[in-house]
Design a protein around this ligand. Structure first.
Ligand code: PMP
Length: 285
């Protein structure tokens, strides 16, 4: 079955979907995106992703392609047409098509909007969640507005390749001595019973999963300390984990080749993953 994608108002077979060579997303990475998980045919944390999309659009003075309700309808239509049980919906909005010029085109230029699905059978039962993952530390060489979810993902891509070359699963990025985040996820350590993760700012993406997991952790009477932490602290931590919309909560069991804690998924990460998945499934729309 060929995949149906959405481009600027049309549902099309993926081979027929076309974007202009003059699209600013292509020429300038002048675009933003969101990835929302689907479990049991329903969207996880759609409200959070819709809100962050609106924020990214506002920060870049980019026109909104459609109101929230319309976006929800498109997400659901694609899930239905592609029969997605477990998987992802990817959404991208760019500043549209204009002759190449660094200055933004006229504000009435229609934005480009693209959505597509990726089927991921068994998304919530990934082997990585059971075994935990290994990470390496690398320098954070991204731009300074990481709170805006832009499509300029080359450095995170390079980071994944550095991890792969080192035989690891992912990389944590370090700036001025502290960990910012993972290449495509937020980073956490646990010391005693305290969960430590970097505070929000322009240095990291404001993860939708991060917000939900921290809220659930507090509701479960866990202690949360939002502050930067060092690689040395992470090495000496009892456990570590990452969060993202597509991986939920995944334990990190080694850093730069050294075990974290006992080198197996820790009890807090394991519990948070279960709480997050249970609550998200209940709230899915
Ligand atoms: N940080 C970065 C750099 C990311 O790319 C992502 C995933 N898009 C996250 C954090 C996690 O955010 P979310 O929980 O909203 O997927």
């Amino acid at each position: 079955m060929t995949r149906t994608v959405y481009v600027n108002g049309d549902y099309l077979p993926e081979e027929e979907a076309k974007i202009s060579v003059f699209d600013r997303g292509f020429l300038f990475a002048d675009g933003i995106y969101e990835v929302t998980s689907v479990l049991g045919g329903k969207l996880i944390d759609f409200e959070g992703h819709a809100k962050r999309l609106a924020r990214s659009l506002a920060e870049l003075e980019m026109a909104s392609p459609a109101p929230r309700g319309e976006l929800l309808k498109i997400h659901r239509e694609l899930i239905a047409r592609n029969r997605i049980e477990d998987g992802l919906v990817y959404l991208q909005v760019t500043r549209g098509v204009a002759d190449r010029d660094f200055a933004y085109p006229a504000p009435e230029t229609p934005p480009t909007i693209v959505l597509f699905t990726q089927a991921k059978p068994g998304l919530a039962d990934s082997p990585a969640a059971a075994s935990g993952i290994s990470v390496i530390s690398i320098r954070d060489q991204r731009w300074g507005r990481r709170d805006i979810k832009t499509v300029q993902l080359l450095y995170p891509s390079m980071g994944k390749m550095m991890a792969k070359a080192a035989g690891a699963d992912d990389a944590w990025m370090v700036e001025e001595g502290t960990v910012t985040e993972g290449t495509s996820n937020n980073a956490y350590i646990v010391k005693g019973s305290t969960i430590i993760t970097r505070n929000l700012g322009t240095e990291i993406l404001h993860g939708i999963t991060r917000a939900a997991v921290l809220r659930l952790a507090k509701e479960a009477q866990m202690t949360v300390d939002e502050r930067p932490f060092t690689i040395a602290e992470a090495m000496a931590a009892d456990e570590a984990f990452i969060t993202s919309a597509s991986s939920f909560v995944v334990p990190v069991v080694s850093l730069d080749g050294q075990r974290i804690g006992r080198g197996i998924p820790g009890p807090i990460a394991t519990r948070l993953r279960k709480i997050y998945l249970d609550e998200s499934r209940k709230a899915a729309i």
